[in-house]
Design a binder for this molecule. Structure first.
Ligand code: MSP
Length: 669
């Protein structure tokens, strides 16, 4: 049983055959988010990451650089460490499998298994893939190619040592069946179970003759062989606890709470590692979670395609927190995700610049203006219904987030936090303190609005901290709160009704300036041009087979036609507040918005072709400009009572908004 007061989280140890990329950053940031969350909640956390330095891949990479493998590892290791520093990774230990204590622990374990009669020597003949460093059976190999990487395989015969993995098959199936959290997500668990219940699990070759591979840990009982790289690497999760903390901590932290791995290395963890642990008589980890892979603009990321995403380029342009937020905001953890430059910029602008950044800045500006730079106490309700909704959401949020972290629902947690941000924005718009300020009797109501919003921002800072530690620090600091995120926070930090002292605020620079989609700073992916976005700027009909396409305009027809002032005056432009937004089913680009034009009227429904540029949640609470007197039309069967204004031509570049706070329904001319 894992200890409920501790949390041991690991990443895979990365091969040092090349510099780290976004895939490595993904797992490491995910582990960091969990580690930061549980530390803040008071658990004793051990967060381990590191490098897998042995094996054929590393030997080959070193040979290519013309240096010896150890020198190659020593050269690359600091590059991983430097990236983790820039990404604010808070690991407690960094293991390298060439560390002497690790090597001797691996030898100790192998000797133990040998002495128990669980390792035997045998001749093996099979199809070998040098790239994947593994043998395949006759039926796996199709057309002489490796079923995994599609490279040619060669037939090899050699004496090797085998671990009696097969004898643990039934026990492993039983364990998986009785521990629903052992392999996650569910679909991956089913995959492993499917394989283990339909095929016979063979024994595992755990050695390589030195004649073929020199770069590895020597077998303690045969100096002509080195250990198979996986049999060495997997042991890191336990060996690290023996020698990297100040005192050996295996009893305290083993079994691991979560091994985070990519989907490609689930079998090695769920099957090889689990059976090794069974043989060594140690408990199995609580959870092995397999996440998905990142593609780039729809393509597999690879050196040969030249589309490998270098995290440093993103960090240079956007900083750590924006990158960390992007990694988890859109793609459910466990599924594959597509990295696109455009999506990242859209998210930064909608969630960070216009979202949390804007909420902080407008709240603090009003506290400066209407409350003498001090967070006021709440008194007379301003909008009781909305205040009750915010309170209800805020009270349930910490529990929801905790549940989310237990199930590694990183995206859902961010969605829930942004729901509160959206609610606060809508609340400020509706309460309109700048209007209340005209009447001195309304001062207590202004105070309630500012108190409520500042309190929500306090909670947002606490809950955002695991994802965006720097931003959380800045939020707290600008709100004048003395939070120390490097130690567990008191329970009151999560409680909506905990007292909120009337602190003096300290408004600083804006947290996230907006990014121009095509500005230099946004060119973040090496050699990767942003994909064209075929979104129309304004609501257009989804092309239908029945609709003839218009002929391309001639140069003359494309010239700008002039209109008279009377023509223009016919167009009624108004400000409108977005109340809700959702995607139109089966359409990539259409969003259905409900907007308010104020005066207590019914919200209007507008269908707009902005869905490739904006995620619906990002629009709620925003003030936009609409053509209010456009004849209603149906788009994909849904009535649209107006049109939103947006900049852009064949693609939407940005919605038209307004600089000052104005009431919805205000005329625009
Ligand atoms: N050394 C082994 C792991 C041993 S753990 C005891 C290894 N190393 S790796 O460097 O090749 O891969 C490390 C991790 O990076 C894997 O979890 C893999 O899934 C992940 N990724 C590699 N490319 C990726 C993407 N494009 N997207 C997301 N993760 C990806 O395997």
């Amino acid at each position: 049983m894992s200890n409920p007061n501790t949390f041991y989280i690991t990443t895979p140890i990365y091969y040092v055959n090349d510099v780290p990329h976004i895939g490595h950053a993904y797992t490491t940031v995910a582990a960091d988010v969990l580690a930061r969350y549980w530390r803040l909640r008071g658990r004793d956390v051990f967060f381990l990451t590191g490098l897998d330095e042995h094996g054929q891949k590393v030997q080959q990479a070193a040979a290519k650089s013309g240096i010896d493998p150890q020198a190659h590892c020593d050269k690359l290791a600091p590059q991983f460490q430097a990236l983790w520093k820039r990404l604010n990774i808070s690991h407690d230990a960094f293991i390298r499998t060439t560390d002497l204590p690790h090597k001797s622990i691996v030898q100790q374990y192998i000797q133990e298994l040998f002495d128990l009669g669980l390792i035997y020597k045998a001749k093996y003949t099979g199809w070998y893939c040098t790239f994947d460093e593994r043998f395949w059976t006759e039926k796996d190999v199709l057309g002489g190619l490796c079923p995994d990487c599609a490279r040619p395989v060669e037939q090899l015969s050699e004496h090797n040592y085998f671990f009696k993995m097969g004898q643990y098959q039934a026990r492993l199936v039983d364990h998986i069946k009785h521990h629903p959290d052992f392999i996650r997500p569910e679909s991956r668990r089913n995959e492993v179970l499917g394989f283990l219940t339909t095929q016979t699990l063979g024994d595992l070759s755990i050695s390589r003759p030195k004649s073929r591979l020199k770069w590895g840990i020597e077998l303690p009982f045969d100096k002509d062989c080195v250990t198979y790289v996986w049999f060495d690497a997997l042991v890191n999760y336990v060996s690290a606890l023996e020698y990297l903390p100040q005192q050996p901590s295996v009893d305290q932290f083993w079994p691991a709470s979560v091994h985070l791995v990519g989907k490609d290395i689930l079998t090695t963890h769920a099957v090889y590692w689990s059976t090794m642990l069974m043989a060594l008589n140690r408990p199995l980890p609580h959870t092995i979670f397999a996440h998905g892979w990142w593609t780039v603009d729809g393509e597999k990321m690879s050196k040969s395609r030249g589309n490998v995403v270098d995290p440093h380029t993103i960090l240079d342009a956007l900083g750590a927190d924006a990158f960390r937020h992007f990694l988890f905001r859109e793609v459910p953890f466990g599924q594959d995700g597509d990295f696109s430059h455009a999506t990242m910029i859209t998210l930064i602008n909608s969630d960070l610049a216009n979202g949390v950044g804007n909420l902080l800045s407008r709240t603090l500006t009003m506290i400066e203006r209407f409350a003498n730079h001090t967070i006021p106490a709440a008194s007379t309700p301003a909008l009781p219904a909305l205040e009750a909704t915010i309170a209800a959401v805020a009270i349930s949020l910490p529990g929801k987030i905790e549940q989310g972290f237990r199930s590694l629902a990183f995206r859902e947690n961010l969605q829930a936090i942004w729901e509160l941000i959206g609610l606060c924005d809508a609340y400020i718009d509706k309460a309109a303190p700048w209007k209340l300020a005209k009447n001195p009797e309304d001062q207590p109501r202004i105070h309630t609005v500012l108190h409520t919003t500042a309190k929500a921002l306090r909670l947002i800072a606490v809950l955002l901290y695991p994802y965006m530690p720097q931003t959380a620090g800045q939020l707290a600091q600008q709100l004048g709160l003395a939070f120390n995120f490097s130690a567990p926070l008191p329970q009151t930090a999560y409680e909506w009704n905990a007292p909120f002292p009337e602190t003096k605020i300290c408004k600083g620079p804006s947290l996230f300036p907006r990014i121009e989609p095509h500005s230099q700073g946004a060119k973040t992916v090496s050699d990767t041009a942003p994909p064209p976005q075929p979104t129309a700027a304004l609501p257009t009909m989804e092309p239908s087979a029945a609709m003839p396409s218009a002929p391309s305009p001639t140069p003359q027809a494309a010239a700008i036609a002039q209109i008279t002032i009377d023509d223009f005056m016919k167009i009624q432009l108004k400000t409108a507040k977005v109340i809700s937004a959702e995607r139109v089913p089966k359409s990539e680009k259409l969003l259905k918005l409900h907007v308010s034009l104020g005066e207590g009227g019914e919200p209007r429904q507008i269908v707009a072709g902005i869905g490739k540029k904006y995620v619906p949640e990002a629009l709620v609470g925003k003030t936009i400009i609409i053509v209010a007197n456009l004849k209603p039309a149906k788009l994909m069967g849904i009535e649209s009572q107006g049109m939103v204004l947006a900049a852009g031509d064949s693609e939407v570049r940005g919605l038209v908004t307004i600089l000052e706070e104005v009431d919805p329904g205000t005329k625009v001319k």
